[in-house]
Design a protein around this ligand. Structure first.
Ligand code: FES
Length: 173
């Protein structure tokens, strides 16, 4: 093999290596482009099966990093004694009514605690209180706790999608 030929072979291997590395980099860049953004992945749905819940039970699940309160209302606590505005906050799933709301105080975002014996949500940060339907009744909270977008699938609650029940609750229907 002549000196010139082995030099050509060497240069061919070097350029081939560069081409292969460039191709891999391009594939990696394409994959990064196709992958959903972290913000999109974080915006996922959370599905909760409500069928095992007992009356009066409060469950807290996490959706998009926020606590979501789900309270299965006993029939005698169906908020009928409360004003119409409050009654609208209950969603009927099967034979039961549920309260579904973002468990963050609307004052400065602390997480209120459910006090079943008093039937209130109490915010320890500045003494705010909400009734058993999440409506602000005392202290600095300026409005009821917010309702997250959801839809109902049988006995399952799907957080993150605006179903007809949600639209009715928030007056979008
Ligand atoms: S954050 Fe709840 S009362 Fe201030």
């Amino acid at each position: 093999m002549s000196m010139a030929q082995s030099r050509r072979d060497f240069l061919g291997m070097v350029f081939g290596g560069f081409a292969a590395a460039g191709g891999l980099a391009a594939l990696y860049a394409m994959k990064r482009t196709w992958d959903p953004l972290p913000s999109v992945m974080a915006a996922g749905f959370t599905t909760v099966d409500l069928s095992p819940m007992k009356e009066g039970e409060l469950r807290t699940v996490t959706w998009r990093g926020k606590p979501i309160f789900i309270l299965k209302k006993p029939p005698e606590e169906n908020c009928n004694h409360l004003p119409d505005e409050t009654k609208k906050r209950l969603v009927k799933i099967g034979d039961s009514e549920y309260l579904v709301m973002i468990g963050l105080c609307t004052h400065l975002g602390c997480i209120p605690t459910w006090e079943p014996e008093k039937k209130i949500f109490h915010c320890a940060c500045h003494g705010g209180e909400y009734d058993a339907c999440g409506v602000n009744t005392f202290g600095p909270p300026p409005r009821p706790m917010d309702i997250p977008p959801f839809k109902i699938e049988g006995t399952k609650l799907v957080l993150g999608e605006e179903g007809p029940e949600y639209k009715k609750l928030v007056g979008k229907a």
